[in-house]
Design a binder for this molecule. Structure first.
Ligand SMILES: [Zn+2]
Length: 63
C-alpha cells in the first residue's frame, strides 16, 4: 500500500482515491552551494493548487 502524501499547502493528508486531481508539484531552484539546479517534489490537492494559482493562468489535469 502506498502512503498518502501530504498537501504542501494545507498540510492535510491527500487521499489519492478521493482526489484524482491531486498532483505532484515540481519545485525548482538554483542552489548556489551546489552550483546547479535543485528540484523537489511536493504534493498538492487539486483544489489547493487551483485556489493559489492566479486565475489568469490556465491549469489542467492530465490523467
Ligand atoms: Zn491541500
Amino acid at each position: 500500500m502506498e502512503l498518502n502524501p501530504i498537501c504542501c499547502f494545507c498540510y492535510l493528508i491527500i487521499d489519492l482515491d478521493e482526489d484524482e486531481g491531486a498532483t505532484v508539484v515540481k519545485l525548482g531552484a538554483v542552489d548556489p552551494a551546489k552550483g546547479g539546479n535543485v528540484t523537489q517534489r511536493a504534493y498538492s490537492h487539486s483544489g489547493c493548487l487551483r485556489e493559489r494559482v492566479h486565475p489568469n493562468i490556465d491549469l489542467w489535469w492530465e490523467f
